[in-house]
Ligand binder design. Sequence first.
Ligand code: MCN
Length: 762
Amino acid sequence: MSDAHAHHFNGRVEDRRLVTGAGKFAADWNLPGQLYAGFVRSDRAHAEIVAVKVDKALKHPGVKRVYTGEDAVRAGYTKYFVIVNYPGRGGQHLIKPPRPVLAARKVRHVGDALAMVIADSAVAAQDAAELVEIEYRDLPAVVSAEAALAPGAPQLHDEAPGNLAFDYESGNEESVKAAFAQAAHVTRLKLEVTRVAPNPMELRGCTVRYEPKDGTYHVHVCIQGINMMRRQLAAITDVPEDKIVVHAQDIGGSFGQRSAAYPEYCMQMLAAKELGRPVQWISSRSEGFMTDTHGRANTVTGELALDRDGHFLGMRLDWIADMGGYLSATGSASHTRNPATCMTGVYRIPALYGRFRLVFTNTTPVAAYRGAGRPDMAYVMERLVNQAAADLKVDPAELRRRNFIPKDAFPYKTPTGSTYEASDLHGVLERALKFADWKGFAARRKKSEKAGKLRGLGIATVIENTGAGLYPRDQVEIEAGANGTIDAYTVSQSQGQGHETTFGMIVADTLGVPLERVRIRQGVKPLFGNHTGGSRSTAGAGSACKLAALKLIEQGKSLAAEQMEVEPSQVDYANGVFQARGEKKKISLSDLAAKKPINVMGEGSFGSTFPNGCHITEVEIDPETGVTQIVAYHAVDDCGNVIDHTIVEGQVHGAVAQGAGQIFSEHVVYDRNTGQLLSGSFMDYCMPRAGLVPEIHMQDAPLPSINNALGVKGVGESGCTASMPSLTNAVIDALRPLGIQHLDMPLTPAKLWHAIRSAKNG
Ligand code: MCN
């Protein structure tokens, strides 16, 4: 599709607005007469709230009202929405302890909000928040999931004995036992997929206005889509969904984190109604570190059973997921069902079993983060496969070849219940090996050795399911109006993915009109459909864009037929013009729409897609400093038909940088004794820098999906999924000659330096 536009496509449609400061983000919605909220946050990880004294704060100039947990409980704002609607082991259900939107009886993590001050300036609200006096009774804190499961651990919620929120399983335990009994070799690794803080550029923020005339709440907030936000706000507040209008224009990054209806927003709804004025709150970066949902945070023990010839017989996982102090909307699904659906990876493994335990700890709640459990799964699988290759002294590419799901086995039903659509795993692998000059590695390693560096080669072959949505259908409405405008309305919401460009291209290409005529308008019409997440927007909303455009042509044909006084079947359409077959009569789409705007709805149910790929990486480690350099990055990805290659490249680059960030530097750390957040600013939470990832060489290997109208597969997360195992495998490959088999992320210079030193010293 990109070819058709190559001649006039200069960057993304949205970029001019965004880079010239004309974007409109959460903090840009300022409403007349607005008040400001400031939150009092717990400075301890686990404590009972004995008393909250607000009189000093109330006397502070400009303060209108102070709310506490009692107000939240009185309003009944203690319930919430989670995606999980399936049972766990033995039919047991997810335990959902109540969560007042301001902590009422107990605080459960540092940053937990327990009072809200409303004032006539943000500064006054913040100053007064510091005057609220809290009396706590300290409780012991637990900040690791494994420790929280141990007998005698501090208990967070009365409703969840042993801190266990959910015990989920997937696969067949008995068949795995049998497979292991026959194994010639078992590879076992215990792996930490660390807790990270997504840190979108835009700070979280929300402004709520209540309209007494019709009892409607107008919520201006950073989101991934209006419907998911509305559903959650309604679940918490019992305000009917049709009385909540969510407004957003530009979103400065999300990565899963902006999908949640955070507690602050609900308190703002309460205050905006009661005080009769809009209420704004914009987070600070430190509040973001403490309260924006974190990602990953899994500890996984994986075992892979192989026969004498290196064929995989079975795999068993014990997956412990740290949910933090409370459940988020997405975290419980992204740490159970998501990894389970692609547990077999790209391999034919006859027996699979995973047990997934979701655990409460005194930390920030965990939610979906770019890949939402699938990068974690790929990391576990691909680390195991590389370790098995090392154990059996087989080339890791060869071990993969031997175990890939063969081309003729697709559609492939996995032992954990997914049905993979066609993938050319062998084709993608061979292409990547050539692309990265796999065979030339030995010579490059020698060269590095001469320079005193340890060189490693990493590989990951991955697959993930994208496209599963909360809503069973996606709708897009197109309106062709006067002046030739074509507006396409979606409920998905771009957070940086460039939908205005790619969706615009889908509509423009289908209609054969210039891209400039098409406007993508997000979240302004209450349509049915999914938010942007799970790399599903193109398969879902993008497909609906195409169907709507096709419908516009059909409807246009009838209207044109009337105008031209011919049968609709005698009307042809091309490049914005309807023409009567065999006659000179014609009418353009814009002239037709000038008489009366034409509205059409495109909709459909679109199934999961299965993007897959192979990322091959090389690193050089300086044994004197422990510093790793990524010296080569080659990626071959099958994301189906590509709408725009530049955008796909951007998506992969961004996700690879996030994957590399997690592998080499990012890490949320809590003090084990006090539960204090030790990495609460950019001084001690190390985001990836520009120099971390060198040029990424990319090739598309498109095998069109059959599960949607465009033949696309999702691409928004695949860079995370492939980069994390590939880069770790490269580092371990470099260190293996020293006898090092595994190190957990982040692979910081200090960690590598110590590991190299102790290996050398025996
Ligand atoms: N695309 C394409 N051809 C394909 C597939 C996709 O041209 N075969 C284009 C799409 O049209 C879209 C982009 O690539 O412009 C990503 O599409 P898709 O894979 O459908 O994913 P979504 O649009 O649903 O985006 C969600 C995904 C997720 S889940 C996270 S997390 C994420 C990500 O996208 N967060 C992001 N990418 C991000 N990029 C930015 N800048 N900011 C975020 O917060």
